[in-house]
Structure formats: structure tokens, C-alpha cells
Design a protein around this ligand. Structure first.
Ligand SMILES: [Cu+2]
Length: 369
């Protein structure tokens, strides 16, 4: 392996964006390079030819030429407007994720990336294994993505500003505390690509690095199911930690959400079944479609938009009470709630082990943590 392949001058191109980006990059570099060179060449030429003391005589008086001035203003203007048009096209491609994108959540934390797939599969990228919990250490691995399929990443930070940069995809996005950002890719080539934290974020910033493994779609599905561990990726933690299935549900109980949002007739709050994607009438007029953003906002700042017909008794939950990671699980759980799925209060106080119960065992609370 030579040094060029370790630190290539131009990184590999491995996404649809990379091809567009590269074209624009070279177009701008070459046109502005040619113009710049022309200016310097003319300067050097004039310096020599019209140097002092040669038989050029005194400089004649020359007045301006409107034609010339208009020419060298308008022609470059159109040249530079092509940069604008190209930039707009690439930007437009980069910010609009196709509707059928796969989804992954990424949480930046000093100094690791935590990736969470909607079905609960998790991967820890980068970081110092010595400062990790046992569960985190077990999930160290690569961010696995399918080839030729769009993938949308939703990112947030638990502490300072980070930046999720993937040179081979020609993509980088700031990862901010308290605000979700998103980015999407369509990888075009199988292989492994570097992830960097592109924003200096403290002592071990250099540990926030890792790999994206772009694999065939079947392998990606297997990875999500946790069937066949990919080389170097211990994904044995899949399925049991599904945010929708268990973690979100547990949080919903431990944070006492269920004491208000329960299925009992005495409920003090709206039942959240079927909420996701529905139209919620708001107090004071208007309505809103309940998407991820709405649900997160309802939990972080419940006073902001109050559901019509209910008292404003819901406490707000900030990052110290519900971390970004827990929020993903809660939202996934609320998303998954269909009619008849809300637990009633008896489920918060399960009968002792072995006690007779007429409940269907599949609706019983998960046995311990
Ligand atoms: Cu960082």
C-alpha cells in the first residue's frame, strides 16, 4: 500500500452526490484557474515589456471605453452565474431526501457516534472503549448501509457541536445540541468509507472516526435482523433492544407518561394510539399533522402547542430527563401505537411472578430490564 492510497489527494467517489459535486468542483477549479493564470501571465508580460527605461517613451493619455467595460463586466457575470446554477442544482439534490429513504438516527457525543436503526439495531462508532459501558462496547462497529438505496440520517448531539463528515460521499453536516439536522446519501459502490468528526470538539476529537460499510441489500437486511454478523461488526444486540418494542415502552412507564396517557376512562390526557400521521386540532384554532417533529416538540415543550380540549398539565421534559437517544425510542414507541395497544394502569403494577392472570401473556410487561 503506498502513501497515496492512505491519504489520497482526491477521495474515492461513492455516492450520487459525489459525482455531481466532483463535476461542479472541477468546473469551478478549472475555469477560475484559467482566468487566474491569464491575469498573472498578462501581468508578468506587461511588467517585462513596459519596464521603465526602455524605448517606450512617456505613457499616452487613454480615456476609458464603455464597450470594453461592459464587455468585461457582463461576460464574467454570466460565467459566474453558471457557478450559481450548478451550486443550486447540487444543493437541491443534497437537501431533499427521497420519500422512500431508509432511516438511521445518529447521536454525536464526546467522543463517539451512536447509530440507531428504526428496528433497534445499534452501532457505536469511534470512541474510547475504556470509557464505555459494557453494552456500548458490545455494539462497537461500522455504520452499515445498503448500496444503491437512499438513506436518510437524522442527527443530534448530546453535548457540543460535532460534524458528521464522509469524504467519499462528499457530504458533511453539523450535528448540534438541541436541534435535529438531516442529510441523505445514495451509496453507489460496495466498500468501506471513512467517517470523520469534521468539527473540533474537545480532547479526543480524533477518536470520533469510524467506517461506513456499504453492503448488498440482502446483507443489510440480515444486519438489521442480527442474523449474520458482518466482519468486524458485532451486531448480536439486535432485536432485543428495539426502541419501538421495548425501550420506548419501558421509558413510557418509567417516566410516568402512562399515568396520564393511559387507556383508562380516568385518563387525564389524550390516548396516543394512532396519533402518528394524524391531524391534531390545537387549542386556539388551527391543526397540525403529528410527525416526529410534532411529537418531540409535544414532549420537550408541551405548552407550545396544546391539543384542543385538554388541560395544560403535561410537564416538559428537557435533555436531562429524556436524552436524545431516549427521545428516539419514545418517538418510535409512540409511532408504533395502534388502536388498543395502550397499556392501562394495571400493567404498571404487574402481578407477582407465577400469579394467575387472565391477561394475554404477549401484552404483559417486559420482565425486568
Ligand atoms: Cu466531534
Amino acid at each position: 500500500m503506498n502513501s497515496m492510497s492512505l491519504l489520497p489527494f482526491i477521495p474515492e467517489r461513492a455516492s450520487t452526490l459525489a459525482d455531481q459535486f466532483e463535476f461542479l468542483f472541477w468546473y469551478i477549479t478549472i475555469t477560475s484557474g484559467v482566468v487566474g493564470l491569464g491575469v498573472y501571465a498578462a501581468m508578468a508580460y506587461f511588467c517585462v515589456v513596459y519596464r521603465r527605461g526602455v524605448s517606450t517613451g512617456p505613457t499616452p493619455r487613454i480615456l476609458g471605453s464603455t464597450r470594453l467595460e461592459l464587455g468585461w463586466t457582463i461576460i464574467p457575470l454570466f460565467v459566474f452565474l453558471t457557478y450559481f446554477a450548478g451550486g443550486l442544482m447540487v444543493y437541491n439534490h443534497a437537501v431533499h431526501a427521497p420519500a422512500d429513504s431508509e432511516e438511521v438516527f445518529i447521536i454525536g457525543k464526546q467522543w463517539m457516534w451512536k447509530a440507531q436503526y428504526p428496528n433497534g439495531q445499534r452501532v457505536i462508532i469511534g470512541g474510547n472503549p475504556r470509557n464505555m459501558t459494557e453494552a456500548e462496547r458490545k455494539s462497537i462497529g461500522k455504520l452499515v448501509l445498503p448500496v444503491n438505496k437512499p438513506v436518510k440520517l437524522t442527527l443530534i448531539s448530546e453535548d457540543v457541536i460535532h460534524d458528521f463528515g464522509v469524504p467519499a460521499f462528499r457530504s458533511k453536516i453539523d450535528v448540534l445540541p438541541g436541534r435535529y439536522t438531516s442529510v441523505w446519501y445514495q451509496p453507489t459502490k460496495l466498500g468501506e468509507y471513512h467517517i470523520y468528526c469534521d468539527q473540533y470538539c474537545g480532547t479526543w476529537h480524533s477518536l470520533m472516526v469510524g467506517k461506513i460499510a456499504v453492503v448488498k441489500e440482502e446483507e443489510y437486511r440480515d444486519f438489521l435482523q442480527g442474523f449474520r454478523p458482518l466482519q468486524g461488526t458485532d451486531n448480536s444486540n439486535a432485536v432485543d433492544g428495539s426502541p419501538a418494542g421495548s425501550e420506548g415502552r419501558q421509558l413510557f412507564m418509567s417516566l410516568q407518561c402512562a399515568s396520564c396517557h393511559s387507556a383508562n376512562a380516568t385518563a387525564k390526557a389524550p390516548v396516543l394510539e394512532g396519533l402518528y400521521g394524524s391531524r391534531v386540532p390545537l387549542a386556539g384554532g388551527g391543526a397540525e399533522i403529528a410527525d416526529d417533529h410534532y411529537i418531540i416538540e409535544s414532549i420537550r415543550r408541551p405548552r407550545l402547542k396544546k391539543v384542543e380540549g385538554w388541560e395544560a398539565i403535561m410537564p416538559s421534559y428537557d435533555e436531562t430527563q429524556v436524552s436524545a437517544e431516549q427521545m428516539n425510542s419514545l418517538v418510535a414507541y409512540i409511532r408504533s401505537l395502534k388502536k388498543g395497544m395502550t397499556m392501562d394502569n394495571t400493567q404498571r403494577f404487574p402481578a407477582p411472578v407465577g400469579a394467575p392472570t387472565e391477561r394475554n401473556p404477549s401484552t404483559a410487561p417486559p420482565g425486568g430490564k
